[in-house]
Design a protein around this ligand. Structure first.
Ligand SMILES: [Fe+2]
Ligand SMILES: [Fe+2]
Length: 293
């Protein structure tokens, strides 16, 4: 049964979501700064015993095939790279949200995490391959968080898939699931996610991606290239067959990305292959280490 929510109710829903852990929150702040140093990440992880243990578990998982047990956190982080540390911190802190079954989209538990992880890898590759002057790690984090609003409104969309799809086909511009969400629930997943971004005090760049990843042309000019990178990453994830259920491929692709991102068709193909390979490795490392999201 679809339920309409108003602004006050949305605030209540957001308030009920646990805050990110202080170290996950700080990690997102540090890595959003393009001039940050890996040492800052290492020092932060060292202040969090739980995160340290998780990172060591992941590096020593079968996925990385280390000959000897790694016990040094400095070595582990240098080897794994910041994106894996960010995934572990966010997964630990908000794993329940990412692992939630999205019944309103007819998606199974874990589908959101898989979609986000693939969008994150793709967004990072888009930035790396197009030579954009943006931190690749920031693009990764933004990809990881872009659809978090779906976890907030999914319950209210329950049983609405047929209705949502019918609404889209009546729209003048097809393939816009956002409009259907908004009509049915009162908010779309980008608006709901943006409220959570504010509550979590995420850096502005990340909040902007969450809010405009389906309408990148509306993003603040300062962050627009990053928003376009995640917009592409999101579409690459969906094209690869990893959406979040009923809404997959039911969004507009903004061709305006070409003004910000220069990619040859070959590069796009390579990115899709990289996404497959990296995703498998990350998935394996998380499941080996008991990281079930
Ligand atoms: Fe989305
Ligand atoms: Fe998405």
């Amino acid at each position: 049964m679809v339920t309409q929510i108003n602004q006050q109710e949305l605030q209540k829903i957001v308030k009920a979501v646990p805050m990110l852990s202080p170290s996950a929150s700080r990690l997102l702040q540090i890595t959003a700064n393009p001039d940050h140093d890996l040492v800052e990440v290492v020092n932060l992880v060292k202040t969090d015993a739980n995160l340290t243990a998780r990172v060591l578990k992941v590096i020593n998982s079968a996925a990385f095939g280390m000959a000897n047990q790694i016990t040094s956190i400095d070595r582990a982080i240098a080897y794994l790279g910041e994106r894996i540390i960010i995934s572990i911190a966010i997964g630990d802190s908000a794993g329940k949200l990412f692992g939630k079954e999205l019944s309103g989209y007819e998606a199974a538990g874990g589908d959101l995490w898989k979609h986000d992880l693939r969008a994150a890898i793709a967004a990072r590759e888009v930035v790396a391959q197009s030579g954009l002057d943006i931190s690749t790690e920031l693009a990764f984090t933004a990809g990881l968080l872009h659809d978090i609003g779906k976890a907030l409104i999914s319950d209210y969309l329950q049983g609405s898939v047929t209705e949502a799809v019918a609404l889209i086909s009546q729209e003048e511009q097809p393939h816009d699931y956002l409009a259907a969400e908004k009509k049915l629930v009162g908010f779309d997943h980008t608006e709901a996610g943006y409220e959570l971004a504010k509550a979590w005090q995420l850096p502005d760049e990340l909040a902007e991606v969450i809010r405009y990843h389906h309408e990148p042309a509306r993003a603040n000019e300062e962050y627009r290239a990053l928003v376009y990178a995640v917009h592409l990453g999101d579409n690459i994830a969906m094209m690869g067959g990893f959406g979040t259920g009923a809404d997959s491929m039911r969004y507009k692709l903004d061709p305006g990305y070409v003004n910000y991102i220069k990619l040859s068709p070959n590069t796009l193909e390579n990115i899709m292959l990289t996404v497959d390979m990296e995703f498998e490795k990350l998935e394996e490392s998380f499941s080996d280490s008991g990281e079930k999201n």
